[in-house]
Ligand binder design. Structure first.
Ligand SMILES: [Zn+2]
Ligand SMILES: [Zn+2]
Length: 272
């Protein structure tokens, strides 16, 4: 299994010099399992993934399963700029998520409706399928993907991708302190090789100003990795106001509690 980070920032893109070592694009993580492509979230990092796939496939069809945690802009805004959706009718993309209010297809199409975007989603030539999912497990050739609800305004799904010998968990946009969702995220992360987890705030920022905003902090991320028995923690969904220097400090502080912690950065790869 190969994991690649294309966007690691939360809330909004931050193309500022003081943020560029970790990266300014919003949430997008690619996972390859024996040639099958899985994508978790389509923030602005999704655009660069599209360029990479087009170059790599060099005219051959591109197929991928795309899991959307939820529909806030920082998780879907790369879709209109993902070139492989426009080019080739042989390309095929399967979107999996749950929009309890609008429905999955409509939630994505409306992002591109007038007057918000000049090109309608039905101008995309690639085959697109939309699967409404809920908590539960989906089986693919080489792996399963399990979804569970997290604690976030308007809902958010966390995902556990499991092959016969490796487990990757993508759990972002989750606020601690709710008995059901606290349990959900630990269950999802149980024994995982890698846990990618929401660490948007500093613990003191969260306590002072961000209660109820739907996000976690690095200290809770450390709690989750230790209590779930996951092996490695990747801090993710960095706050737009957190500079590279701030994230470096967070990593050092977190490692005082648990040694296997890294902060996600654009271009980072993990081979499992
Ligand atoms: Zn987000
Ligand atoms: Zn969100």
């Amino acid at each position: 299994m190969l994991v690649r980070f294309w966007g690691v920032r939360g809330s909004t893109p931050t193309p500022q010099t003081e943020n560029l070592r970790y990266g300014g694009n919003t949430s997008c993580v690619e996972v390859r399992v024996n040639g099958e492509i899985f994508v978790f979230d389509c923030g602005t990092g999704f655009r660069n993934l599209g360029k990479q796939l087009a170059q790599e496939k060099n005219g051959h069809d591109i197929r991928a399963h795309i899991f959307l945690s939820h529909f806030h802009w920082d998780h879907i805004q790369g879709i209109p700029f993902f070139a492989p959706l426009y080019g080739d009718p042989g390309n095929s993309f399967v979107f999996h998520s749950s929009s309890r209010t609008l429905g999955l297809q409509r939630a994505l199409e409306e992002q591109m409706s007038a007057p918000y975007f000049p090109v309608n989603m039905n101008k995309m030539a690639a085959e697109r399928k939309f699967y409404e999912i809920d908590e539960g497990s989906i089986a693919f050739d080489q792996c399963t993907v399990q979804a569970m609800w997290l604690n976030h305004p308007q809902g958010c799904l966390g995902f556990r991708l499991e092959t016969k010998d490796k487990v990757l968990v993508y759990a972002t946009d989750n606020e601690p302190g709710h008995p059901i969702f606290d349990k959900n995220v630990r269950k999802l992360a149980e024994g995982a090789d890698v846990l990618i987890y929401d660490a948007q705030y500093l613990p003191e920022e969260y306590a002072a100003r961000k209660l109820g905003w739907g996000h976690s902090h690095w200290r809770e991320a450390v709690n989750v990795v230790m209590e779930s028995g996951a092996k490695e923690l990747i801090l993710f969904h960095h706050d737009p106001d957190h500079t590279d220097a701030c994230i470096d400090t967070v990593v050092t502080q977190a490692r005082a509690y648990y040694p296997r912690v890294r902060a996600a950065s654009e271009g980072m790869e993990i081979l499992l």
